[in-house]
Design a protein around this ligand. Structure first.
Ligand SMILES: [Zn+2]
Length: 427
């Protein structure tokens, strides 16, 4: 390409940055009947429908799609794609529909409205060739749902995260989930209706994201923030007091009745969210322990292992992988807190994690790392603005600081354009 500045401008639009990209001189108008070839390993009819729907959703046109089998794509990873844009044709190469969806997300970031008119006449792409794949199969953010979040807020966040090519969200929603198995745990002033969560499942599916529910099986049993003088269960149902440690913050881990309630609530969440591969069982922190007289007779290690084992045994062989959150060991803290939990945390360093736990989420500054076969980084989405480089760390393993804020704003706008929250869900 002759104009190096234009090349730089176009590259900066792409978040995360593709592995290889080359621009040529020339443009491709995205118009009705544009020729689009899909070369995949699986070559299924429905891929054509998926891509046609995305052309209509992104650029309001209907393409002429041709499907063919690609021998090369048989060796592609699921999160790998190639794009070729020439003046007259767009070619997408991938193993299956995941790669096609990723390729379309890239083209959506690259496309811009035709210039020189007051009203939209269509979109245009620079001719180019892109080869790209994800370094990690697990690219996650953590998202809390609070009582004051409405569906539109949460939908927007999921759509933006999807546009940035993340593929998992750890969804912390137990405070607002309408539990049916134990209605005392569905808080009438805070609870969202089931349709709210069904809508989130649809949105997540639409943008290529799997929702992983979280439920802390150790602490946060008040379903409130730490130090808020409120207990969502005991304030209305003091009869449940034996399920909790004195003070109410932790579950009573030596009480089998408490473990049975925890298992019911976990199963309900897991099944509602369509039995994903993972389930987050919460974060252990020695600071958060409380003891009743019965728990005080056991070691912290026995209590935690027993709590995990009880949940483990409540599942059949189709159970999800349990993810356990773990704060980094803090040497200063150990001196200050005379509590056997710190010994346990030390024991759990590296490979020595309690039986039944499949992955550990290690917290490092604002990010955390999920240690399992796939590995991956989990970013916190509680802040309104996800750091621009987060998508690149997730996709390419390292941050990229060449983006302008405009690039991120553009991705956000694209992601939420034409969003119609709630409208197609019957409340
Ligand atoms: Zn207890």
């Amino acid at each position: 390409m002759k104009n190096l500045y234009l090349e730089q401008v176009l590259k900066q639009r792409l978040i995360p940055q593709p592995k290889e990209i080359s621009f040529q001189d020339g443009e491709c108008l995205i118009q009705d009947g544009i020729s689009v070839e899909l070369k995949t390993a699986e070559n299924e009819e429905e891929f054509g429908e998926t891509v046609a729907e995305l052309f209509s959703e992104y650029w309001y046109v209907s393409p002429e799609i041709k499907l063919s089998h690609s021998k090369t794509a048989e060796d592609f990873l699921e999160d790998q794609y190639e794009v070729q844009v020439t003046r007259k044709k767009i070619t997408l190469i991938s193993h299956c529909s995941k790669g096609l969806q990723l390729a379309m997300k890239t083209l959506r970031q690259l496309a811009e409205p035709i210039r020189g008119t007051a009203f939209l006449e269509g979109f245009v792409l620079q001719t180019c060739k892109i080869q790209d794949y994800a370094d990690s199969e697990f690219r996650a953010v953590r998202l809390d749902i609070k009582p004051y979040n409405d569906l539109g807020d949460v939908e927007k966040k999921i759509r933006i995260v999807g546009a940035l090519k993340f593929n998992y969200i750890f969804l912390d929603c137990s405070e607002v989930f309408p539990f049916k198995s134990h209605p005392a745990f569905a808080f009438k002033d805070h609870v969202k209706r089931p349709a709210f969560f069904r809508a989130l499942l649809d949105v997540a599916d639409d943008v290529g994201i799997t929702l992983i529910p979280c439920f802390n099986i150790f602490h946060q049993a008040s379903f409130c923030e730490y130090d808020i003088e409120e207990h969502k269960v005991l304030n209305f149902h003091p009869e449940y007091a034996p399920l909790f440690e004195p003070g109410g913050w932790s579950w009573c881990m030596s009480n089998p009745e408490s473990q049975a309630v925890v298992a019911d609530l976990v199963h309900e969440l897991y099944e509602f969210f369509e039995c994903p591969d993972y389930f987050h069982i919460g974060k252990i922190s020695s600071q958060e322990f409380r003891f009743c007289r019965s728990c005080a007779e056991k070691s912290a290690e026995d209590l935690l292992s027993g709590q995990i084992a009880a949940l483990y045994l409540s599942f059949d062989e189709n159970r999800p992988r349990f993810v356990l959150g773990k704060e980094p060991s803090d040497p200063d803290k150990k001196v200050k807190i005379a509590f056997p939990g710190d010994i346990l945390l030390e024991l759990n360093e590296g490979e020595k994690i309690p039986e039944g736990v499949d992955c550990v989420q290690y917290f490092q500054n604002e990010n955390s790392v999920l240690a399992d076969d796939a590995g991956g980084t989990v970013f916190d989405l509680n802040d309104e603005l996800l750091p621009i480089s987060a998508a690149d760390i997730a996709w390419n393993g390292k941050g990229q600081d060449n983006y302008s804020t405009d690039a991120f704003v553009q991705v956000k706008l694209n992601a939420v354009a034409d969003m119609e929250p709630v409208s197609h869900h019957d409340f």
